[in-house]
Write a protein that binds this ligand. Structure first.
Ligand code: PNS
Length: 168
């Protein structure tokens, strides 16, 4: 069984992520979307929320699983018996960082490959940080995140940024 792992922070999942997930799910027998629990970052959406939003977003894709992981990605890969990491590339600016990560993972575990998929040009400008920035300044994020979860994401971000304004 060919298993691919699509790792990321997904804070929150965007339409660009969903595009990669849908396309990668056609290439692998099983695609695991691996959500990083990163002790060095304070995400807006906690790990349970990020996993839940991804599960809702991908419920139409029967061979996609969503799981949280801690620590090194290659250890998670071994635990899941997966050999291929899937990453999305939006622009040349992504390349240097992604190249470094791919080489490091290869050094740590030579049997694991990283493959890159070009993001659909419709979404090349899109990132989770941009979604948060638009929401923070009152913009509409409806076309930026998957339709199914847009209201939930908007509600959470509005609440978060209203609280931040109050505490200023
Ligand atoms: O969505 P992001 O934040 O760009 O995803 C980055 C991610 C989760 C893919 C990367 O930080 C990662 O794999 N972290 C796990 C720790 C690890 O394995 N580090 C060594 C390789 S960089």
């Amino acid at each position: 069984m060919k298993i691919g792992v699509y790792p990321g922070s997904f804070d929150p999942v965007t339409n660009g992520h969903l595009d990669i997930i849908e396309r990668a799910s056609k290439i692998f027998d099983k695609l695991i979307v691996a959500v990083l629990v990163n002790p060095n970052k304070t995400p807006v959406f906690d790990i349970e929320e990020r996993v839940e939003l991804l599960k809702e977003t991908t419920e139409h894709l029967p061979n996609v699983e969503v799981k949280a992981f801690k620590g090194l990605l290659i250890d998670f890969m071994k635990q899941e018996n997966a050999k291929v990491i899937v990453k999305g590339l939006r622009a040349v600016s992504d390349f240097e960082y992604e190249f470094q990560m791919a080489l490091l993972n290869k050094k740590l575990e030579p049997s694991i490959e990283t493959i890159f998929m070009m993001t659909n040009s419709k979404y090349s400008y899109l990132s989770s940080s941009m979604v948060k920035e638009v929401a923070r300044f009152g913009g509409c994020i409806e076309d930026l995140v998957p339709e199914k979860i847009a209201k939930k994401v908007m509600k959470k971000l509005n609440k978060k940024y209203a609280e931040m304004e109050e505490n200023k």
